[in-house]
Design a protein around this ligand. Sequence first.
Ligand SMILES: O=C(O)CCC(=O)C(=O)O
Ligand SMILES: [Fe+2]
Length: 907
Amino acid sequence: MTTNPTLSTELGLTPDAITQLRNNSFTVVDDFLPLDLANQLLSDADNLNSNGHFKQHYFQFGGSALAKPFVYEMDLSALDGGIKDTMNNTLGSWKDMIDNIGPAFVMKVDYLAKQFDDASTTTTPSTTTNTPALSLDINARPAIKIQLNTGGGSFPWHYDNPGPPNLRALTCVVYLNPTWKGGDGGEIVLWPFLSKSTKVSPLHRRAVLFYSDRVLHRVLPSKKRRVCFTIWSPGTNVNSKRDVALSKDVLQFTSYDQAVQFFSQSPLQRVISRAVYSEEYLESLLECIEGTRGGDGEDAASASESVSSAEKERVVLTYGLARSQTVQPSPTATEESEKQLVNTNTDTNELPVAKGPARRSRFSEVKHEWQEINESRLNTTIELGPSDDVVSCVSFPSTGYDREIEEQSDVFEYSRLQSSMHDRYNLTLTMQRQRRHISNSKGKGLSSSGRGGKSTSNERPRVSQPQQQPPVAAIKKSTSRIHRSNSCGNGRYSGDVNMPTQSHNRRRDFRSPERAAESECYVQSFRRLSTSNRKSPAAGVVDANRRFLGRFQQELPFGSQSKVDSSTATLSHCRHHKKPSSDSTDRPPPSSRSSHHAGKSSRLPRRNVYSKGINVNNLQPPPPRRMLQNSHPSETSSSSPHPPSTPYEVSAVVSLHRPAQCPSTHTRSVEDAATSRLRELCMDIIQSAKEGTSPPQRAEIKETVVEYHRSHNNAVSPRDPNFTEIPSEFSQVLTYGLARSQTVQQSPTATEESEKQLMNTDTKQSRLRELCMDIIQSAREGTSPPQRAEIKEAVVEYHRSRNNAASPRDPNFTEIPSEFSQVLTYGLARAQTVQPSPTATEESEKLTNNDTNELPVAKGPERRSRFSEVKHEWQEINESRLNTTIELGPSDDVVSCVSLPSTVAQV
Ligand SMILES: O=C(O)CCC(=O)C(=O)O
Ligand SMILES: [Fe+2]
């Protein structure tokens, strides 16, 4: 039996709060802090701010860190013992927070959570909780940050724990705003997945607690100064494989409700949330980076922090690129391919492949050329963004966004997780949302009205929709529904929780004439993206999706698509975001076809069916999740100010099918050694991903590919007319492997300290220093980073200038000074993932050429040849570094869309 920890300060945590936390994934606790302590903390925070201890808040987006205008923070966990001691006077009551209250909070939550567990094991199943146990690490210190929003700042939608290696399990935000009143903004909005969002005002002494890895949330722009602090408690079991790998084994739903039930409780929702809530993410992101001018906070007069249109366009573009990202086959999804790989791997040793030094030297010879080939490939694939699904919680899954589909099928938004081995099979999870107004006339689409449901005044005939409505414009126009979906009532929080936002100044702004030009710029960005999406590897998937979307539209009986040689298990459910009601006129009647479909589904041939399910179209939606049920007795009242429904529906489709071209038997039994080697490597990649071990190194992968090309007509360059592509069954796995072995680097903000150090270095290091400054600068400004070759070259030069020891095997070899190495590694990663756009390259080229360095750098062929000489050795140095960081896995704070940005664990 655990004993109740004695606290120096009595926190307003009750067993009820923990029960709510466990049942709903979040809870709101008023009077969390005693009044005198809260007031003291606030005045001490003001003092720390006056003494310049708050820093600009950055968040990770794509390859760079973006400032959150008007938001500043002080990371108390970053204070080590020494600094903390010297700051004792300045810290005031925050010292008690760090040393006592924070750790005691963790103990108390842990204690209450265990009590809850004990109680639920002895109660009836109906009272058991849905959300998994909170297993906090009571031996680790929680991370604590004070946040100051000077007015105008907001946070975009995010999860506090976006994926490995983040350890946050529980977030507790405590507000210190004694004068907050309705209309001041700055509410935190929690959005339990696929459920209704809940808006909570930042009232003085109030705490909001939620699971860090499964509660999507944002902060609305604050019109006033707003102060809060957050305690992030680490867990012992966060980001377990079960919580980050969305595999087909997981996707075994037999109904839409089951899928919703699953995702609402699982951190795996992170894998798909950015797609499901795509427009809300983008809207909140733009709102955040722009800051809300016109807020009457202390920074309101300064326009200097607002971002340029170019910056915004870059965000939109990066965001859009992420939408076109291809999700690489997951280890589990490749089981089938793996079997095939095994089956055909009959002659690995026929042509022995050079190993070790022999192979290495051969590799060196062709490496430069390979690099070119590969980099041109990478431009195609990495720009679109490699990803894996073991950690795809941090990246953005394929959405195959396609205007044509949007127009033809009225699918307003959908996303897809696709695991495919090109010609093997596709496993597709589609979360769809539709305009509710779309299909009142043709009976198309998934909307209820199309199936005989009553038309509502929201509905518009599809034909009357303007052609080619730009997606972004559409986003702008539809944003208010984010807030219209708030549902829970007023109850205990005296109207400050879940107040509906009917209109919003900024949203009106979006439609104002002065914003028109700006909007047009986003629209253009999206158009470009839309075009590139069609050219992207996702395009094939789009076709597949179109096929089964088409099937829905035509309401073909389930399974009848066998004529396209596919077996599909489908779950679909039209869902209204409204309260269940006995009046079913707005809802289609339960379809008898549903059970018919179920029958058909279960009779599907077993061979190709990995995910069985039933078509449950038109089944009655489940009641919405009830938030804070006990606390909001009034929320169901008919006088609720919330609109009766939101104008869209959500449906989920899980499908596994074999494309028509899939070969049913393996015809190849003998293959050449180079192909076998590719096969082996693919197996290694799959295996390492499965086991979570180090993937084969990039060099190894590249080398094997080069070998393959050499052995096929000796055509290594794609310019060679005899050049043949890598067989498709390997190329995805290889790209996946390359991506996995890619490093995740330190963010520029993390290098502030290093930046200072960089200023005081000797002349031998001056080139490195300059380069580091460039890297930091480019990341800050979102411009093209220095090129990889440039960075590598500078490093090699450094080693050569130090004892002429460029190889780590040389006894005189000295490590790069640590103040550079992190920044350089970051730069390498950034240069790799964020490929310079053609124009950006030209620009950088000019800059490089104008560069009058202290140490003149060889240019063009001369530099290339020098580079080639030392490249191999550098590669080894670099790759040993990469190995260290890769294991941590990529992650980001908000929208790591394209690249694999910072993983600095916050706890
Ligand atoms: O300011 C708030 O209410 C929450 C801030 C937040 O979401 C975060 O720091 O991650
Ligand atoms: Fe957060």
